[in-house]
Structure formats: C-alpha cells, structure tokens
Design a protein around this ligand. Structure first.
Ligand code: SAH
Length: 351
C-alpha cells in the first residue's frame, strides 16, 4: 500500500522509510511517539533540519488543519471542519461525557452509500481517508483542546467498512502503547451493513464494538431509505451480526434513526423486536442486544421529519417489553448542527 501521510506508518515502517532516505533508523521511534502526541515534525527539537526536509519530501507531515471550529454553548461539544493536505474537508466532533472525551471521526471524504436521510452522502464519495488521516483527527483535536481523548466512535462522514484496509490499519495504530494508546474496547465502528466486510472484521477478532445502522426491521422499508439493503438484506445482515458476536463475544449495538411516518410506529417497534429476537437469540444463546434510538436530524434535502418525544418513548417501551434494551440518544451540540456531514455540506454547497 502506497502511503502519503507520515501518520499512516507503523514504527517499523517508519524505520524502513528512514533507511530509504539515508537517515538513522533509531530516529523513527522518537519521531513516531512525538507525532502521535501531537508534536509536529517542525516543532521537534531533537530532530535536525536536514532530516525534517528529507522526510517532508517523501511524505505529508502536516496534521489536519482547523478550517472551522464550532463550540456548543449548551454542552461544550466541539465540531471541527478539518482541512486535509489536498484541500478536502472532513468533520470530527468532540463530546464530553462524565467518563471522559469521545471523538466521532470521519472515515472517507463523502460517502457512496446513499442513505436517504444522511447529509454526508448527498454529493457521493470523493476519496478514502488514509489511516494517518483518521488518526490525524484525534491528534489535531487533542492538540487543539489540550485534552486526552479516551473513546473513539467511527460515526462521522463515510462508511468505514467501504475503506476496510485503511480502517483496520488505523485501529491497530491507535491502539499502540507508544502512540495514542486507546484500547479496542473504547472504540466503536458503525456500519450501514457491508456484509462481507463484517465477516472479515470478525475474523480479525479485535474487541471493538460494532454498531449496526439498522433503521428498519423489514427489507421494504429499509431498502427505501438505505440502498445498501438492496445488496444485503436484513436477514443477511443479521446473520453476519450473529457470526460477529459468536467470534468476538462483544456486545453489539443497533442504531435506529426514527423518521416520522416511515419507521417509527409501535408496530415497527414490535416488528424490530421480533426480527432481532428471532435472528440473534435462541434457547442456548442470549446475545445482549442494545438499540439506540435517534430521532432523525432533519436534513433540508431529505424532507424527512423527526419523530416526537412521546412517540420515541412509546417505541422504546415496546422494545423493552419484548426484551430488547433501548436507549434514547441524548442530543449533544444541537445548536451547532453537530451531526456529521452537515458542516462539510455547507462548505461545499456552492462549489
Ligand atoms: N456509514 C456508517 C457511519 C456513519 S453514519 C453508518 O452508516 O453507520 C453514523 C450514524 O448516523 C449512522 O447510524 C447513520 O445512519 C446516522 N445518521 C446519518 N444521518 C443522520 C440523520 N440525518 N439523522 C440521524 N441519524 C443520522
């Protein structure tokens, strides 16, 4: 794999790169750990000018730049529009919880999955992000805010399983003790359901949390809002989830975006519970299932309307009644349009 970004390299690969440019290999470790702590190559005092110049000639060494930054007055949520070295923009959101800071990162510039309610996919996919560009979002945010981030969710722009190799490389890099050092258990990956890649991910047996964007219990409703369902239907997707759970034994969560009049009736809730219970649970298996309910964030182009509070509660109660744990997502950063895709969309609309 040809990598342009210095943050995409493992310590061993960085050593090899140093060798290629005629620099001593022992410097690789120093450079790696400083970069991952948020010290830019420019700022490093223990690396000579000549080395810096040689490295800059073969790889991109800059962190993502802060093009825009919005801070919520309601809850301190921070939303970044980061600019990459080629001028493309992506979004990341930092949220503060009792147990620490969580960052939501992007995995691609744009997205080609076409979910009807989502702002990130309106203009399609521009390109995949390199592992170093995924990592760069965490490094740049930690540096800008002077904090240490303890949790990562891959729920920003893009479909992580449509950029599989770079995402897996990222997961391994972010977990390194000499790097950012975030444990796999503190990382969630959210997918719209790229089924073959769920099986591939299961084989790697990384103890991350897999989050499935389900949004409907039946093929007809799901295909109407998520084109990916035409390729892999609800049954196939849930079979892949069962396999994932059998291999990793990690609790899985399902995202369910409530859209008024489409998928938010009590009947839909009962149907959802039935489908989850019948596919994922049997007498011998008691897979823990968790459903996160999210009233749809209204995106101008989609015309979808959000479900009212009472209807959301009724939906949750129906799931609980059928043995499915349901949480109604707290909305953070609602004053800054913190749902990913919305800020980049604003920036690129006129272009
Ligand atoms: N492509 C991945 C990750 C990015 S989207 C995925 O589909 O899971 C992260 C989550 O936000 C998904 O559950 C997605 O369906 C949801 N989402 C996207 N647009 C939304 C909107 N306008 N309102 C509510 N949730 C939305």
């Amino acid at each position: 794999m040809k990598m342009k970004n210095i943050l995409s390299y493992t310590p061993e690969e960085l050593k090899a790169l140093m060798g290629e440019i005629g620099e001593p290999a022992y410097r690789a470790g120093q450079i790696f750990s400083q970069l991952h702590k948020g010290i830019s190559l420019d700022e490093m005092t223990n690396v000579g000018k000549a080395t810096k110049e040689k490295l800059s000639r073969v790889v991109d060494v800059a962190f993502p730049g802060v093009r825009r930054k919005l801070v919520s007055r309601l809850d301190g949520t921070v939303k970044y529009l980061f600019e990459l070295t080629d001028g493309n923009c992506i979004e990341s959101v930092v949220m503060r919880y009792e147990h620490g800071y969580t960052i939501c990162i992007s995995s691609q510039v744009g997205c080609r999955m076409g979910c009807k309610f989502c702002a990130s996919t309106l203009a399609g996919r521009v390109r995949d992000l390199e592992a170093g560009e995924l990592l760069g979002q965490i490094i740049a945010a930690q540096r800008d805010l002077g904090i240490r981030i303890s949790n990562v969710v891959m729920m920003g722009i893009g479909e992580p399983l449509d950029n599989f190799d770079n995402v897996v490389r990222f997961l391994k890099l972010v977990n390194l003790p000499e790097g950012i050092n975030i444990g796999y258990r503190h990382i969630s990956l959210s997918t719209c359901g790229v089924v073959p890649k769920i099986y591939e991910l299961a084989k790697l047996d990384l103890p991350i949390t897999l989050s499935i964007s389900l949004h409907a219990p039946d093929d007809e409703t799901r295909s109407a809002i998520m084109p990916v369902n035409n390729t892999w239907g609800v049954s196939e997707l849930l079979d892949a989830c069962r396999d994932y759970y059998r291999v990793t034994e990690r609790r899985m969560s399902f995202e369910y975006t409530l859209i008024s009049g489409k998928n938010d009736s009590v009947e839909s809730a009962a149907h959802l519970a039935r489908v989850l219970n019948s596919h994922l649970r049997s007498k011998s298996e008691t897979m823990p299932i968790h459903v996160n309910l999210i009233p749809v964030n209204e995106v101008e182009e989609s015309g979808f309307k959000s479900t009212g509070r009472d209807a959301v509660r009724r939906f949750a109660a129906e799931l609980e009644k059928k043995g499915i744990r349901a949480t109604i997502r707290r909305t953070l950063g609602s004053d800054i349009n913190a749902s990913c895709g919305q800020l980049r969309r604003e920036e690129t609309k006129g272009e």
